[in-house]
Write a new protein. Sequence first.
Length: 219
Amino acid sequence: MSDERRNAATEPDNRTIPSRRLLETNEGMAPPQRIPPNAPWLLRQFFAGQIDLVSELNSRYPTVPLLAVARFKNKGVPRGSLATADGVSTVAVEGEPGESMLHLSFTYGSMMTMHFHLDDLNPMVCGEWLAFLKRETDSQTFLWGEHRWEHDYVIGIQRRQFLSLYAFSPRGCEAAVRVTRETRFQMADWLSWLWQIVPPAAAPAPSPLNRKVDTGDAW
């Protein structure tokens, strides 16, 4: 086998790297590893083992609104809405029944809305996200598809009191909210109906944010 063919056989395909085949660490930091240069700075620092992603996100968004009011409808155009008690901050949740996709619209007042389209999900990822929402233990995970940060994605960090959702887009948009426990369960039930997926058992699981992507020696 030529050197050129040998190198091609051993180099991993960036688009086929599983996002959740990871190993947990106790320090809350990802073990050092190489990551493609097109990854966002935040993820590059995290996967290089230089930051604790949970702490970093908490410091970047220290006073995000708490969404405690939830409304979901299944008839007509399926749509969900999460809002603060005063209605100033809202998140609209939309999708197509039976399709592994999700559209999120973060609105502040009547002034600004940021849209995030997660159109490249798959049933396995959706099922894992539902299990994450149902879990009662502290945990965190990504909601992203095959192309990961190249498309819109969400980071979820769950604590006993609330769930934090951080949405990111390669277009340069970011948004963050917190969701109460009751609202989180309502959203999980509605997404289960929307995606037509029965969530797997929500047993405690290692945190994908604190694991290493199992890609061999390099990305």
